[in-house]
Design a protein around this ligand. Structure first.
Ligand code: C2E
Ligand code: MG
Ligand code: MG
Length: 746
């Protein structure tokens, strides 16, 4: 009977698929990176230039050179192999360019190593000039590669540009460099003159490399966050170090100079950074992302698993989990000869709170109730919320059903305490139904249905209480169910009939009207009295269309009698409170009058006091609308409800129908005459008619007349009759003018 709200309190947001987080550390420039770079490079500078082993100009021996170059070559080949093999999805083509470029660089550096002065002959004799030529070719290859990687948009390789094209190009390039160097050694200008040092050509050539590397460094720096998976910071660092490395190479006087050593060391460091960039882009980031996309999935799965077994609003177990707990509890109970109670709790009038205070307050209240229930029960018991304003509890380890009662009493007691929500104190109560396992059943659904039946019984018997299920309830609820199903089709199958009971003037015996009373002509059950099915029809809302039919049929019948020449009779129709609240009574009544052609003042509507006391404003509006149509209003069963005098006046009621119970008491308890007299006098004082229901004996009739009651209805005059019988009765009576027994009794 309630809503379930979507925005649920107390929940962390469900992980969104976009939250893949890259810790920006390796991508964010680079103050930190630049600082550490500067420290490393300066430390290397100091170590190389100042340490005592730097004595003369021959510190950079062939073997030291070979070792550093070996490091650089290994780094270059690693760059290639990682970039080539780690084919992560979306790998930028830039990385493949770097990989292939550095394959060429490494191979050319190998030629350089073999040509160093002091190395054995490699095709042509070794020497500074030859080594420098290889060196420059490698440096330019590296610098152009970096620039290309810097400038190219960061995106995967073009599909028409397979990786193999790049690889073959790199190998052809390398072969070309070797061919030039080994087959045509004379085409190079002089780069180094022993005893004099570097030539202008060589220095200019190094400056060219520096310019390319510096440009690449600049572009890398600008592009840094273009793509998270492309480690431009490392590439930028590599390019900067390359500039420094080349700067060292413009300074030396002999090939064994300390600056050559430094330049080579810087080169190794630069290659390391390139390796790092390639490794991060191709291996580390994809793996990290993979493990993040995995972690998220695990979180989402955990969350989904939680949601599948919990109620979002209260975080209590839901119906599914409750089912599981019940099965466990029953299994335990059987082993230890104990019992389990399934306790179904439904808040009384929760809908009112939702309607009047809003759903937000309703939600808070449900959360508060969840807290109270959880607090009150033992930790081993289960509190769950299957939905709406219902809570389902499973009490374990009970000796017998009696052991559940004090627990449930405690729940009712705790719920009776005022609950404060958003500054307002709310009072609530609950109706509770209890089914015991294994006695009432062992299956979740059966126990739940039985607890539900018991809960409805608790509601019917005044709410704010509990009931244990018993078998009789089951029989009743089965009957109710089949009645409800039958009622649904009774209208279309035309199984309803109206009986009419005459209403008589007590002074003259004149028959002035009849009350229309519905009966259900059931094919198997026979004539079902309204007391049996009206409550079911009200429960299911079916009373609205049924009531509409009664109004139409009663109007039609009354007009038929009028047309047949009978004196005008007022037909009284009973309205149910629900019909009044939910239906469109005014419209139905005016339509029935129009359709039948019955004068409005020949229709009387009987309301119960309960109609009057709910929602006074709208009741007044509707009653005014009905009065405006010209129909009469009577209050049925007067004296049993709580209507106040002011309402009677305000709603311009025409008649009070004194309830049968008072009329019956007239003979048995003469003292109660006072009540009937009071009602009659009050009606007279307010200008209303009074009619007594349930007049069964002459004595009653006489008493009523003596008290000043104007009208009567009851078995003593006539029982309710089908239309045809009523017509006969009427004809018979009218033959004599009036109802003889009334006039005779006078
Ligand atoms: P009610 O409106 O108070 O109707 C009077 C009830 O008293 C009728 O019962 C009638 O048969 C019964 N009655 C009449 N004279 C005597 C008598 O002398 N002694 C006794 N003991 N009873 C007498 P019935 O027909 O079973 O209807 C019961 C109730 O069902 C009605 O009480 C009314 O509240 C409801 N009802 C009947 N027809 C309709 C209907 O069309 N719509 C709605 N919403 N309720 C209806
Ligand atoms: Mg009535
Ligand atoms: Mg009545």
């Amino acid at each position: 009977a309630t809503h379930m709200s979507a925005p649920e309190a107390g929940l962390e947001p469900v992980v969104s698929p976009q939250t893949a987080v890259h810790d920006g550390a390796s991508h964010e420039l680079p103050t930190k990176l630049l600082l550490s770079l500067a420290v490393i490079l300066i430390a290397m500078w100091c170590a190389v230039t100042w340490l005592p082993w730097h004595v003369d100009g021959s510190v950079f021996s062939v073997s030291v050179h070979t070792i550093t170059e070996f490091g650089a070559i290994v780094a270059a080949l690693l760059v290639f192999s990682v970039a080539w093999h780690a084919r992560s999805p979306g790998q930028p083509g830039n990385i493949v360019i770097i990989g292939c470029g550095f394959l060429a660089v490494g191979l050319i550096d190998f030629g350089h190593t073999l040509s160093f002065k002091g190395m054995p002959d490699f095709v042509t004799p070794s020497g500074s000039q030859k080594a420098i030529e290889f060196w420059l070719m490698a440096r330019y290859t590296a610098a152009w590669t970096m620039l290309a990687a810097a400038i190219r948009p960061i995106q995967p390789l073009h599909s028409g540009w397979p990786r193999y094209v790049l690889l073959v190009a790199a190998l052809l390039w390398t072969a070309g460099m070797y061919a030039i160097e080994l087959l045509a050694p004379g085409i190079w200008p002089s780069t180094f003159v022993d005893g004099h040092g570097l030539t202008a050509f060589k220095v200019l050539a190094e400056y060219g490399v520096m310019a390319l590397a510096a440009t690449a460094a600049y572009v890398f720096m600008r592009r840094k966050s273009a793509d998270l998976a492309y480690s431009t910071n490392d590439l930028c660092a590599a390019a900067i170090i390359t500039v420094l490395s080349e700067a060292c190479l413009t300074l030396y006087g002999s090939v064994n100079d300390v600056f050559i050593l430094l330049g080579h060391l810087y080169k190794v460091v630069a290659y390391y950074f390139i390796y790092r960039a390639v490794f991060i882009t191709s291996v580390r980031d994809p793996y990290r992302r993979l493990s993040e996309e995995i972690e998220e999935r695990q979180e989402a799965e955990q969350r989904a698993a939680y949601l599948a077994y919990h109620d979002v609003l209260t975080s209590l177990p839901n119906r599914e989990l409750a089912r599981d707990r019940l099965n466990q509890a029953i299994a335990d109970a059987k082993r230890h000869q104990k019992q389990v109670a399934m306790v179904l709790l439904d808040l009384d009038h929760f809908k009112n709170i939702n309607d009047t205070l809003g759903h937000a307050v309703g939600d808070r209240l449900l959360q508060a109730v969840a807290d109270i229930l959880t607090r009150t029960l033992r930790q081993t018991d289960t509190v769950s919320r299957p939905g709406g304003d219902e809570f389902l509890m499973i009490l374990k380890d009970l000796h017998d059903a009696d052991a559940a009662a004090p627990v449930v009493n405690k729940l009712i007691e705790e719920l009776a305490k005022p609950i404060e929500i958003e500054g307002q104190e709310l009072s609530i109560s609950a109706s509770i139904g209890i089914a015991m396992a294994p006695n009432d059943g062992e299956e979740f659904e059966i126990l739940l249905q039985r607890a539900d039946t018991a809960m409805y019984r608790a509601k019917a018997e005044g709410r704010n209480t509990y009931r244990f299920f018993d078998d009789r309830m089951n029989a009743e609820s089965v009957e109710k169910l089949s009645m409800r199903n039958g009622l649904r089709r009774a209208l279309e199958l035309k199984q309803f009939v109206l009986h009419y009971q005459p209403q008589v003037d007590l002074a003259t015996g004149r028959v002035f009207g009849a009350e229309a009373l519905i009966r259900w002509q059931h094919p198997e059950w026979g004539l079902v009295p309204p007391g049996k099915f009206i409550p079911v029809a009200e429960d299911s809302g079916l009373i609205v269309p049924i009531g509409d039919w009664v109004i139409e049929e009663a109007c039609r019948q009354a007009k038929e009698w009028l047309d047949k020449g009978y004196p005008p009779l007022t037909v009284a129709v009973n309205l149910s409170a629900l019909q009044f609240k939910r239906g469109e009574v005014e419209q139905v009544v005016s339509q029935a009058l129009a359709c039948s052609g019955l004068p409005a003042n020949q229709l009387e509507l009987e309301l119960t006091e309960s109609v009057l006391i709910s929602d006074v404003e709208s009741v007044e509006r509707r009653l005014k609308g009905l009065k405006a149509l010209g129909v009469k209003l009577a209050i049925d069963d007067f004296g049993t409800g709580y209507s106040s005098l002011s309402y009677l006046k305000r709603f311009s009621v025409d008649k009070l129908k004194i309830d049968q119970s008072f009329v019956r008491d007239l003979e048995r308890h003469p003292d109660e005459v006072a009540i009937v007299r009071a009602i009659i006098q009050m009606a007279a004082g307010l200008g209303l008619n009074s009619i007594a229901e349930g007049v069964e004996t002459l004595g009653m009739m006489q008493n009523l007349r003596a008290l000043g009651c104007e009208e009567g209805q009851g078995y003593w005059f006539a029982k309710p009759m089908p239309a045809a019988a009523f017509e006969d009765w009427l004809t018979h009576t009218l033959d004599k003018g009036t109802l003889a027994r009334v006039t005779e009794a006078a």
